[in-house]
Design a protein around this ligand. Sequence first.
Ligand SMILES: [Zn+2]
Length: 373
Amino acid sequence: MTQHYLTSAAYRDLTIHSIYAMSDSEIHALFARLRWGSTTHQGCPACGAWAVHYSRPQRRQWRCRECGRDFSVTSATAFASHKKPLRSILLAAFYYVTGVKGLAGLGLSRMGDYSPKAAHATLGKMRESIFRTQDFTPLTGIVEIDGGYFGGKPRKPNRRGRRNHQLIADRLAGRNPERQRPWHRSGTTRQNWEKRRNRRVVMIFREKGAPGEGAIRSIAAVASAEDDHHATELIARYVAPSATIMTDESPAYAGVSKTHEHYAVRHSQEYVSAEGINENQAESFFSRLRRWEYGVSHGVRPTYLADYANEMVWREDVRRHSIRVQLEMLLTKALTVGHSRWWRGYYQGKRRGTEILMNKDLHHSGPGKGNAQ
Ligand SMILES: [Zn+2]
């Protein structure tokens, strides 16, 4: 059996110890290189001038040769106006990439120099950076598609006999149980019953690599249901016409053969059909997202579900890279995405507040009016 990548020395090419061994200047130089791809030149965030700008070493800033404005390595990035030293951000990014099932804000605040709120916002900024820099160009070759339901699970009634008691009470009182409110019929409260409204489907699209390579690029979107309407729209957007599509036998994909070569695997009978049709890559994505749901988040609400689904897409797609490479990829995203739109001022009430369905408005979802939750 081949060695699992996560146990190999090649994967573990960066540790907490090596981060602590770096000097402040080395960390600053690392951020500059990841932001600008250069150790000598900087791009002014105000006017865009690309030059060796005047260095202001005391403040670890630069002054633009063109417009004269001062800027730092984090100006106009997801980490703009951060109060933490760069080392803390670097450590947070390290914990983020090594927490392969996702990292809870409380987990980061236990390990790093962060209050629970600051940890929550910092992780939110990293997730946003991944989401907003995601490559959404259509997938080619063999593409697996599947949907998985998340959220919206009412708690089970806490007394086992309650449903029967309710039925008996209804009968004695001459009430027709069929005409009762649905939450009464299932022996629960209206509030609990209405959690069903929070049920969403995460649709996953994964392009397969060479045999044995697994999936090489993936796209996820959150929809209100796994049906023909949503599937058709997302396939038109995310799958090239030349691609071959593999799905399960859900009726949502009944129309796929009109636009693409299409194979369906029957889950009830087989995991891999005789022709090698399977959905293993989609399953692998859902197992990661499911482990996050049960083990890290302890409950999903729709507002940020798309953000988390895209985080897991990224984690799946970079799984064969080393810790150092993943960390540099993540920081590059956060340093080049621009200002955070969803997490800057989160605790001052500037929240997105709305969920992102079908990846719509991804590029102009500013902070909402504020939504206490
Ligand atoms: Zn400038």
